[in-house]
Design a protein around this ligand. Structure first.
Ligand code: SPV
Ligand code: MG
Length: 386
């Protein structure tokens, strides 16, 4: 199923669904493995993971780059937390085009002003967008999407900014009429009262999404009874990672040893698994040349006892083979090999050597060559014998 279709069915279907925050490729993969059917690309956690504030300090193309990693890492649909759309309707249009190109299944835009501030920081002081201007952004997003299932979610910040139910409903109707596929009603009080009041007044003409970060004690069953479509766990993967990383850093700093944490953290092999190292091994078998066995042995400068009289008065590299010293052969062949590497077509004009001789840098002498199975750590080169 296409990611857009999967997200559409999560949002538009009757049962309550859950999507969860991810902020990079690794976390996107992990939440998929945990079983989540959709991912919230949170502005808070993506910016925090980049070490900046959730105030549009990361540029939208930097966010786009992260989305690409996330989208590559997971098959689950990603709903982008697109803040205010990074500008006006025109910026929204370009953003929709670019995220669609990266396989993002939908975007949520909120009715505040650029640059926005996280809703939990002084929300009351945050001005809301003009309703008509925001409707223009929704229309622009819907007109721009090329995939008919791509989802545009309109996020209403009126409760956050201190307005009452009337204002929230006014905006909800306007955004629905402008073409929003769903509405996100945000609230930052520690009960679900505002959500309850909205749902009692709402005519269900459009699915409702919530983010119960602050009213986390509300039983999930209540959201089901209210007819909520999707719950977003908006920041909990990064927050759990932060606790774990702070703990590990403090322990290591204090202990000056790895012993106390080694058994508590993911093994390195788990990172390799999450990165897909096995797939690369298979690909190497398929695409790399079969053998990397040494093609040449380079003799060390020492005499080499096993050569006996042959090296009584000269280093073994100066021994002659078919009229040329071994050293000369090495030098000549290294230039031939380099030339053939840079210009493979040269093989077409110069016949391949009929026979190859192998030399390696064995300080222990030629006699031990066959017994020494460590060719890859040593420089080697092919010597053609014509
Ligand atoms: C986010 O996850 O970035 C959100 C949700 O926008 S909140 O932080 O609750 O505003
Ligand atoms: Mg956000």
């Amino acid at each position: 199923m296409k990611a857009t279709t999967a997200l559409k069915s999560l949002i538009q279907s009757e049962p309550l669904e859950f999507i969860i925050e991810a902020h990079n490729g690794l976390s996107a993969k992990m939440v998929e493995e945990a079983g989540f059917k959709g991912i919230w690309a949170s502005s808070l956690t993506i910016s925090a993971a980049l070490g900046v504030r959730d105030n549009n300090e990361a540029s939208w193309t930097q966010v786009l780059e992260m989305l690409e990693f996330m989208s590559d890492a997971t098959a689950r649909p990603i709903l982008l937390d697109g803040d205010t759309g990074y500008g006006n309707f025109n910026n929204v249009r370009r953003m929709v085009t670019k995220i669609e190109q990266r396989g993002i299944a939908g975007v949520c835009i909120e009715d505040k002003l650029f640059p926005k501030t996280n809703s939990f920081i002084g929300g009351e002081q945050q001005p809301l967008a003009d309703i008509q201007e925001f409707c223009g952004k929704i229309k622009a997003a819907k007109d721009t999407q090329t995939d008919p299932d791509f989802q545009v979610v309109a996020r209403i910040e009126a409760f956050i900014a201190g307005w009452g139910l009337d204002e929230v409903l006014r905006r909800a109707c306007a955004y629905r009429d402008a073409g929003a596929d769903a509405l996100l009603i945000h609230s930052k009080i520690n009960t679900a009262d505002q959500i309850n009041s909205f749902m009692s007044a709402w005519d269900r003409s459009c699915p409702i999404i919530i983010v119960p970060t602050i009213y986390f004690k509300t039983p999930t069953e209540q959201f089901r009874e209210l007819g909520i479509s999707v719950v977003i766990w908006a920041n909990h993967i990064l927050r759990s990672a932060v606790s774990a990383m702070q703990d590990a850093a403090a322990t290591l700093f204090e202990a000056q040893s790895l012993v106390r944490i080694e058994g508590k953290i993911a093994p390195v092999a788990e990172l390799f698994r999450l990165q897909g190292a096995d797939e690369l091994k298979l690909a190497e078998k398929r695409y790399l040349p079969l053998s990397e066995t040494p093609k040449a042995l380079i003799l060390a400068a020492s005499r080499g006892q096993n050569f006996g009289d042959l090296t009584r008065d000269k280093p073994k590299t100066m021994l002659k083979y078919h009229g040329r010293s071994l050293l000369r052969r090495l030098v000549d062949t290294s230039s031939t090999t380099a030339a053939s590497r840079t210009s493979p077509s040269s093989w077409a004009t110069s016949p391949a050597p009929s026979k190859w001789i192998t030399f390696t840098a064995l300080s222990t002498g030629l006699g031990k060559k066959a017994a020494s199975p460590r060719p890859f750590t040593r420089p080697s080169i092919n010597l053609p014998v014509r």
